[in-house]
Ligand binder design. Structure first.
Ligand code: ADP
Length: 191
């Protein structure tokens, strides 16, 4: 069973490549960003809390996200066929919690796909997305904050996954299809 973490800065193409991975490997997609945006739209309690962090470009507290994930894994039988985690984990405590959650369910992270993209290109992509996405966080000020948060809180995870041998660095610039070919090659020896 494949459990893939797709990892990279905001704008690195995680959502786009996730869609292609789902199609090829039949994985269940868990995007924490999409889940939170749904809660915001529904006006739930969690949505109200999420909105206050997301619109400032900050991460939600680990405990909230970890609970959300644990509930989802428990209530969604399809996740037992393999999952693509998109936007989670984003901190070391989240990565440790994911390892524990999967171990309790008799499985583990198979590989971490790290999409590596230049900073200028990231900003360019996010500003372009902002013109159509309607997302409250796709504006220059919040984009800069998100990249800052990514560098301080999320990049340490790269070392975490390099050390346990799961990190696969992927050059995330160029066409969507070329990047996808590199990903499938990197996953060729994973189960
Ligand atoms: P992107 O990677 O393009 O910034 P996402 O849709 O993955 O977008 O996330 C949007 C926002 O949702 C983040 O900036 C953060 O506020 C919140 N969020 C998503 N996933 C997490 C997470 N695992 N931990 C904490 N906050 C999260």
């Amino acid at each position: 069973m494949l459990n893939i973490v797709i990892f990279g800065a905001p704008g690195s193409g995680k959502g786009t490549q996730s869609e292609k991975l789902i199609e090829k490997y039949g994985l269940y997609h868990i995007s924490t960003g999409d889940l939170l945006r749904k809660e915001i739209k529904a006006g739930s309690e969690l949505g109200k809390i999420a909105d206050s962090y997301i619109s400032k470009g900050q991460l939600l507290p680990d405990s909230l996200i970890i609970d959300l994930l644990a509930k989802l894994l428990d209530t969604t039988p399809e996740t037992r066929q393999g999952v693509i985690f998109d936007g989670f984990p984003r901190t070391i405590p989240q990565a440790e919690a994911l390892d524990t959650m999967l171990a309790e369910r008799g499985t583990a992270v198979s590989a971490v796909i790290g999409l590596e993209v230049d900073e200028a290109e990231l900003i360019d992509r996010l500003l372009k997305r902002g013109q159509v996405s309607g997302r409250s966080d796709d504006n220059l000020e919040t984009i800069k904050k998100r990249l800052d948060v990514y560098h301080t809180q999320t990049t340490p995870l790269r070392d975490y996954y390099v050390e346990n041998g799961k990190y696969k660095a992927i050059h995330g610039m160029g066409s969507v299809d070329t990047i996808f070919v590199s990903i499938t090659e990197a996953l060729a020896d994973c189960k």
